[in-house]
Design a protein around this ligand. Structure first.
Ligand code: PGA
Length: 230
């Protein structure tokens, strides 16, 4: 069971270090935290498993604002998210760029959590499976079922909205994704201490990608505890 905390654009180095210095991970759960780039070094220094929130596919070059897998490895970072819906929706990330990022990171030796998920409009139009198939196939085509690849199913309508997919909705999507690509699938989208146990009890749900509730040590610890019990 893997629980990943995505801190998005929160927590500079001092806050990241303070959070991790006081954090005791429970037994039997793999825990990953994804701080902003500027806080990666401070977070790595605490000994925690740290992933970046994105990674470029080239090793170096004229790509302003981007960071490569080699650079992350030099810092002691162990993996990266790719394709988060905020990257797709706000920063022009496409299935192709997500696939290229995933492949390069895996080839360099990083772990990858590749995010997929439908918008509310797509769900209401009955296109959830079509969207998931296109997104997951792009990743599968580039990376195959690489052992260091994990998929995160994050319905866009459930991210930061307080609306969670029901365990049935999540499980249905996870089973579908695993039929396309046989890798573990995390659920993300308003995971909180109150709903974590129920979601994580589902066989097809291999862990969680947590945004808002990973920012407070108490709520993140409660979610990790729920994972260690399931
Ligand atoms: P949330 O974010 O838990 O705040 O909904 C999840 C994510 O964006 O990964």
């Amino acid at each position: 069971m893997l629980i990943a905390g995505n801190w998005k654009m929160f927590k500079g180095p001092a806050e990241a270090e303070a959070f991790l210095a006081g954090f005791e991970p429970p037994e039997g759960v793999d825990i990953v935290l994804c701080p902003p780039y500027i806080s990666l070094a401070a977070a790595v220094a605490t000994g925690a498993t740290i992933y970046a929130q994105n990674v470029h596919w080239e090793e170096q070059g004229p790509y302003t604002g981007e960071v490569s897998a080699t650079m992350l490895l030099e810092l002691g970072v162990q993996g990266a998210l790719v394709g988060h819906s905020e990257r797709r929706q706000l920063f022009g990330e496409t299935d192709e760029t997500v696939a290229r990022r995933a492949r390069a990171a895996l080839e360099a030796g990083l772990g990858v959590i590749a995010c997929v998920g439908e918008t509310l409009e797509q769900r209401e139009a009955g296109d959830t499976e079509l969207v998931l198939k296109i997104q997951v196939e792009a990743i599968a085509y580039a990376a195959g079922s690489h052992p260091n690849l994990v998929i995160a199913y994050e319905p866009v309508w459930a991210i930061g909205t307080g609306k969670t997919a029901s365990p049935e909705q999540a499980e249905e999507a996870h089973v579908f994704i695993r039929d396309v690509l046989d890798r573990p699938v995390l659920y993300g989208g308003s995971v909180k201490p109150e709903n974590a146990a129920e979601l994580l009890s589902r066989e097809a749900i291999g862990g969680a990608l947590v945004g808002g509730a990973s920012l407070e040590p108490e709520s993140f610890a409660a979610i990790c505890q729920a994972a260690s019990r399931s």
